[in-house]
Design a protein around this ligand. Structure first.
Ligand SMILES: *[C@@H]1O[C@H](CO)[C@@H](O)[C@H](O)[C@H]1NC(C)=O
Ligand SMILES: *[C@@H]1O[C@H](CO)[C@@H](O)[C@H](O)[C@H]1NC(C)=O
Ligand SMILES: [Zn+2]
Length: 507
């Protein structure tokens, strides 16, 4: 052989090796971006598990994700995928479920970041398997009651979201009769409106009466979006004849008596009348009414059933704290448990579970409503003067599961209450289910793992200590969370960048 070849061959080999290696490597700029937005350096991969919660039930199989979208769900071991070069994440027995869609969250930014904020709130959401949340128009400052104020919210949210975030606008007396004001807020992309039938506790968010609610519904009809209502009407206290006996403000029962279930019942009775407008052929056809955080499983629920049966477009949510706690067990002065409507007795709690299982309550939401610890007045333990609101966002999945287990709930029910129906309420057509074409919003969690929420447990909320769940043991640990295919959380770790997006309704 020509000796020249012996001199050229090593050079050629080295050259080919370099070319081969270069081509074989992922594109540098893409992998750089992925490492900021995702803890997984692949945009095409397969999630495998023996327990995938799909609309067709629990599957043992594979979910294929490409560029943030679920492209296929294959039952069985998907041998066809075995030989593909696509990256495989095998989660074994862990549950692979649609990410939670929490339609009732108060992140309080701008204006009250010292209570929570987009960054801490969405980090906690990601760690809890909540892949989409809808932010309430209060308690931020200013409240989202105009297009201008929504713009301030969007500006404040920039580069801070670890999950996807949509927004409800506010219906208040000052905009209820101003159609163009409401329309510009809805045109700007709020997913629906929220109003209060009692004082909200926030000065720039006054309560609405039935006339305002009817006007709001009429505007919402055109957009086919919902009106969410805090359903309590303040009634005069019943027979407080013995004024000399001043009740103990550190006793939870004192607070409970100030907001009886008759308040909820009175409000829901009025909403039943208003809801007639949403029936086919009526003035607000296309709009819907949604009752937030139902606490009373008594007469209020009977009226809701009646309204639904009559053909009104009405839905209702309850929250984990009403399903987990009962008034009898709340300790003296423990204001972490204060919220409105209040947590009622244990019999009421059991009936809420029953109503949920029977389908009379449609969905769950956190009503995560934190404040600064100072406002909780821990040193005084005064239930009447402490700020109301339960901090819970990161823990709603294990809380629902831990308490629901004894009521025999299924994983598919969890997914219906926490993902499918809330996504439908908010009009999010590509979220809320593991199904082909949907966003790859997924939570991987282990229902059989117990953990203690002690001081060492990483809570990502701004003020972990104000949550009534701290100190408890829960079942169901979140292992991984994907938002549009980005692995945004694995136990103890978030992505460096906040790549969640704002969700705005299209005109
Ligand atoms: C209605 O709201 C718009 C802002 O969207 C404002 O310019 C206008 O003055 C308001 N109209 C009335 C009658 O208050
Ligand atoms: C609601 O308040 C408005 C004023 O903002 C008033 O015009 C209307 O009559 C009130 N409706 C009811 C039912 O009280
Ligand atoms: Zn709320």
């Amino acid at each position: 052989m020509d000796p020249l070849i012996w001199r050229v061959l090593p050079v050629l080999t080295a050259l080919f090796a370099i070319i081969f290696l270069y081509i074989g490597r992922p594109n540098k700029s893409i992998s750089g971006e992925l490492s900021q937005c995702s803890l997984l350096p692949h945009d095409h991969f397969i999630i495998r598990s023996k327990r995938i919660i799909s609309s067709d039930g629990v599957l043992d199989g594979s979910v294929e994700v490409k560029n943030g979208i679920i492209v296929s769900i294959v039952e069985g071991h998907g041998q066809a995928l075995d030989n593909s070069p696509v990256h495989i994440l095998d989660y074994g027995d862990a549950v692979v479920m649609p990410g939670l869609v929490d339609v009732h969250v108060h992140l309080n930014e701008p204006g009250r970041v010292e209570w929570e904020g987009f960054s801490t709130g969405t980090k906690a959401a990601a760690a809890g398997g909540v892949t989409t949340l809808i932010d309430m128009p209060l308690n931020s400052f200013p409240t989202v009651i105009s297009e201008e104020n929504l713009r301030l919210k969007l500006e404040a949210a920039k580069n801070k979201l670890h999950v996807d975030v949509g927004f409800w606008g506010g219906l208040v007396p000052s905009n209820a009769f101003n159609r163009s004001s409401l329309e510009s807020l809805l045109d700007a992309g709020v997913l629906g409106l929220k109003s209060f039938m009692c004082p909200s506790g926030i000065n720039d968010f006054p309560m609405t009466n039935v006339t305002h609610i009817k006007e709001g519904l009429h505007v919402l009809a055109k957009y086919r979006r919902p009106l969410l209502v805090h359903a309590e009407i303040q009634l005069d206290a019943e027979g407080n004849e013995d004024e000399a006996m001043s009740p103990d403000p550190t006793s939870y029962s004192t607070y409970l008596m100030t907001r009886p279930s008759s308040w909820e019942e009175a409000a829901i009775r009025e909403l039943h009348r208003v809801a007639k407008d949403t029936k086919v052929g009526q003035r607000a056809e296309g709009a819907s009414l949604h009752i937030v955080h139902l606490a009373d499983s008594g007469k209020s629920l009977d009226i809701i059933k009646e309204a639904k049966e009559s053909g009104a477009s009405l839905s209702v949510e309850t929250c984990p704290h009403y399903l987990a706690f009962s008034a009898e067990k709340i300790n003296k002065g423990d204001t972490r448990f204060k919220c409105a409507p209040p947590i009622r007795d244990d019999e009421n709690r059991k009936k809420l579970w029953q109503a949920l299982k029977e389908g009379h309550i449609d969905m769950l939401s956190s009503d995560h409503s934190p404040s600064s610890p100072e406002l909780k007045l821990f040193d005084q333990g005064d239930f009447l003067r402490a700020w109301g609101g339960i901090s819970s966002l990161q823990f709603v999945l294990p809380v629902t599961w831990s308490h629901g287990k004894s009521f025999g709930i299924t994983l598919n029910q969890l997914s219906t209450w926490w993902s499918e129906r809330p996504a439908r309420l908010a009009g999010l057509e590509f979220k809320g289910a593991i199904s082909g074409g949907n966003h790859a919003d997924i939570v991987v969690w282990d229902p059989d793992e117990e953990f203690a929420l002690n001081e060492d447990y990483p809570s990502y909320h701004k003020h972990p200590n104000i949550s009534p769940y701290m100190g408890m043991k829960l079942w169901g640990k979140v292992k991984a969370t994907f938002v549009r295919g980005n692995l945004v959380f694995v136990e103890g770790k978030h992505t460096p960048a906040a790549c969640g997006v704002t969700i705005l309704a299209k005109k």
